[in-house]
Design a protein. Sequence first.
Length: 601
Amino acid sequence: MAEKAKSSPSQQARTILKARTKRHPALDFPPIDETKQRGRFDPVVFGVTAAFAIAFLIWGAADTEGLLTWSTKALDWVVDNTGWLFVLASSGFVVFVLWLALGRFGQIPLGRDDEEPEFRTSSWVAMMFSAGMGIGLMFWGAAEPHGYFENGIPGADPDRAAEVAMAQTLFHWTLHPWAIYCVVGLAVAYGMYRKGRVQLISSIFRPLIGKRADGPVGKVIDMLAIFATLFGSAASLGLGALQIAEGYQIVSGASEVTNTLLVMVIVVLTICFIISAVSGVSRGIQYLSNINMVLALVLALFVFVAGPTIFMLNMVPTSLGEYFQQFGTMAGRTGAEGEATAEWLRGWTVFYWAWWVSWTPFVGMFIARISRGRTIRQFVTGVLLVPSVVSLLWFAIFGGAAIFEADNGADLGTSTTGKLFELLDQYPIAQVTSILVMVLVAIFFVSGADAASIVMGSLSERGAIEPKRLNVVFWGAATGAVAAIMLVVGSKSSAEGENDALQGLQNITIIAALPFLLVMIGIAVALVKDLRKDPLMVRRAYALDRVQAAVVTGVETHGDEFALAIVHDENGTSPTNPVVPSAEDSAPSSEPDDDVPATRT
């Protein structure tokens, strides 16, 4: 065979120039394209999801019974056939984010190496807590522990009803939900601020599916995220509207909560959160979150002082100890334990895991938006542990007070919606504190829906950090409309209309969460693949390999009498030439890179 012709000097020069202009994988920080982050309207993603939302509203208004029947059957299938997946995945996400934070990836920043956090820690914690589960804590703070205490949990020791009730509540509201949020938030923040990608769920999948993340597959992923966000946030807004209406009924002495009142509450608050959303994250959500954190602290301190203070203090270590003692039992509880357990799981644990998953697109993307400059370890610590501690204290105060009062003969009623108001009625200035609760729920309503509408707008504008106002207004109005239509049309279907309306909406939420749960598992895999190629990891690989080889050579050649120095190795005679993963979009040249210093003895 003829010998392959050697390259000309000009070709060699071009090869060398090309090698020198490439970013080395140890220094590979793709530029953040600000024009790309402004986003462009995506008619496919917006059109399909908007049409689906409008069709759902029409269906709910025209055939309420049909919607409730279908959603109940679909929910039965999801829980019976995939309940185990929700149970395994939720605990798996807790282990996953702790592994990321405590391992070698924990030092990786969500941004450039020298970036400072965008928001102060206090505002950062307040914003993610308010968006993450504010209405839920107000609604369930007294109701859930009291419900477990009164009605029991299948297989639990009835003689330890208070401890078991608090432990089960913490299981639903601490590490697990925030670990679920953390997976998406971490992946989005890393992609945006470290890799220069757009703020899209689909962009996380680049390490797995490459450019297909920008095509039809990616659009389907983003549409699933919008569906989950729309129904997950609407369910919570429905809870908030019911609680505000219940509070108004108690304070004003009205005979009943009417559909007109519910619609008025949702319309007013929807207008408020749309105004907040179009004002931007820094102004709207940050101010509302800080105000709410102060008001929530005032309410908690009041109940702590006016209520059974010593009992609440005792509940903190007792609940925490019982939580860790019963963790394995609670995490492994499935329908295999019997029909009673399966039915209980359907209404509580599996529902909660699905509900948190449905909230994950908007809460995850929102906490990613406010977490620029944090390291992975800081992110996980803040997102996972701080809200969990706050939830522990919140339930110890309100849940502990409810259990104490019920155990001492107080009648807190049977209504879940009014449980907090019945508890406050046991203490002084009940009317004032009831009004405070309504204000808190309203602000939580506004800040949560605010974050959700911005995220849905971003997903339908190819990841724009600040989506167009008209887009945000549409999704805000759609969220309010979904919550309103389910409350109103559900109340027409039976005497227990409010519960039926929420049940129908919650059923849809769980159904919408199933496909996104599969997306989340893919997100975890893609994130690990990304982190292994991070410049910080590449530098560490180079450092360990070069230093280890240099030390071996030094000891072999000079014994203990040697030192390490960094020199420019023009001939490529470094002691070792480690194999390093290539960068995402540009593999390093096979030619020696003269710009990479060699470590020699």
